[in-house]
Design a protein around this ligand. Structure first.
Ligand SMILES: [Zn+2]
Length: 388
């Protein structure tokens, strides 16, 4: 057994592939299976479980929870973006210096296992590959040699092919190196645009299904989960359903008194305009009740309440945490959001409404009671300790 961040993991007896499908609301899987285009996923769904992801239901906090097996209160990554109080600046949180825990991947590699990590977007590569002695690359910055290995041209960062490249790489690596542990992490480009059951979504899951079936045929334990779900966040007329919280606070308190941080912010905002259902606010004035009273707000928590409920590092969130409802997003100021790239009605995530995610394994699970609350970051525990 290997101990990582206080949890124990059994060494795999055969190859194990953990897949984090970005933005994979469970309905995508059930709809694709129902349409008959994802038979392998359909078979896994029969014993499939539903797990809770980390809130904020964003990509980085959840990918890091999955590979460390612990929540952001332990590993430190609580957003894609945050206000660094020490530096007095708003910064991306994709630098490993913000990571406070080692990964299961690096620990197994140090113990002699062969480990491979492939991510779609490069923003995750450094965090996932932190101190990892093994294969680790992103589809976004794949070079010609990698493209040749994968057998696909390097795709555009805004494309379904970026995720296909990840799956194809996983299959090729399995054939060539047969890693003991493989972690594949895709991008939610398709999920931000296409609802479950639509032709574009079903095409994505049909593609995924073919690759996962190949990994299964190669004898791998395949475990699938998601970093977060995805919901429609627009009005009936198709316009994004936004509460511009910074504008409201400026109106209530005067400009410069409050700072709204959107941890969804990243370099790739084209498909969501940096609009999600979670915000953190640095503010001295007591505006909690006033924000809570806004239509479309699900909950407002003080720093300590939020840190406890969502298992977040309190020093990396604001005085308040604001979560909007299932079909509502939070913005800063209207003028700061470039929505020109939003060609389809907004779909996004970040809230409690996107917390339920699938957790599927192509093996029978032993010793996992039906009433155990599963987290997406239990996936390595299930795949290594409970799948036979
Ligand atoms: Zn994501």
């Amino acid at each position: 057994m290997l101990s990582v961040n206080g949890r124990s993991y059994r060494r795999p007896s055969g190859p194990v592939v953990v897949v984090c499908v970005d933005g994979c609301e469970n309905d995508y899987l059930t709809e694709a299976a129902r349409a008959g285009v994802a038979p392998f996923v359909g078979a896994m769904l029969k014993d499939g479980r539903i797990a809770d992801c980390v809130v904020p239901s964003f990509t980085n906090p959840n990918n890091l929870s999955i590979v460390t097996g612990v929540p952001p209160s332990v590993h430190g990554i609580c957003g894609n973006y945050f206000y660094d109080r020490d530096a007095g600046a708003e910064v991306m949180m994709n630098d490993p210096k913000y990571l406070r825990a080692g990964t299961i991947l690096a620990a197994f590699a140090d113990a002699g296992a062969q480990v491979a990590v492939v991510t779609a977007k490069d923003k995750l590569r450094k965090l996932l590959g932190h101190k990892l002695r093994g294969t680790c690359f992103s589809a976004e910055t794949a070079d010609a040699g990698t493209a040749e290995l994968v057998g696909m041209p390097v795709p555009s960062v805004y494309s379904a092919e970026l995720s296909e490249f990840v799956f194809a790489a996983g299959v090729k690596l399995m054939a060539r190196k047969r890693p003991d542990i493989t972690y594949l992490s895709t991008t939610d480009y398709v999920q931000h645009k296409a609802a479950p059951g639509t032709p574009a979504a079903n095409a994505f899951y049909a593609m995924m299904d073919r690759y996962l079936a190949q990994l299964d045929a190669a004898g791998a334990t395949v475990a699938l989960t998601a970093d977060h779900g995805m919901n429609a966040k627009h009005r009936a007329d198709g316009s994004p359903n936004v509460i511009y919280l910074q504008d409201l606070l400026d109106e209530w308190l005067g400009a410069g008194d409050a700072r709204v941080i959107l941890p969804i912010t990243d370099p790739y905002v084209v498909h969501h305009g940096a609009l999600g259902s979670f915000a953190t606010v640095y503010v001295r004035a007591d505006v909690k009740k006033k924000i809570q009273a806004l239509e479309g707000i699900e909950t407002v928590l003080d720093r300590e309440e939020a840190a406890e409920r969502f298992e977040l590092p309190p020093e990396r969130i604001g005085d308040l945490v604001v979560v909007s409802g299932k079909h509502v997003v939070i913005g800063t100021s209207k003028s700061r959001h470039d929505l020109s790239g939003l060609k389809e009605p907004l779909r996004s995530h970040g809230g409690i409404s996107e917390q339920k995610v699938p957790l599927l394994i192509n093996r029978r699970l032993n010793g996992v009671p039906a009433d155990r609350r599963l987290r997406n970051f239990d996936v390595f525990d299930l795949a290594l300790n409970h799948a036979h």
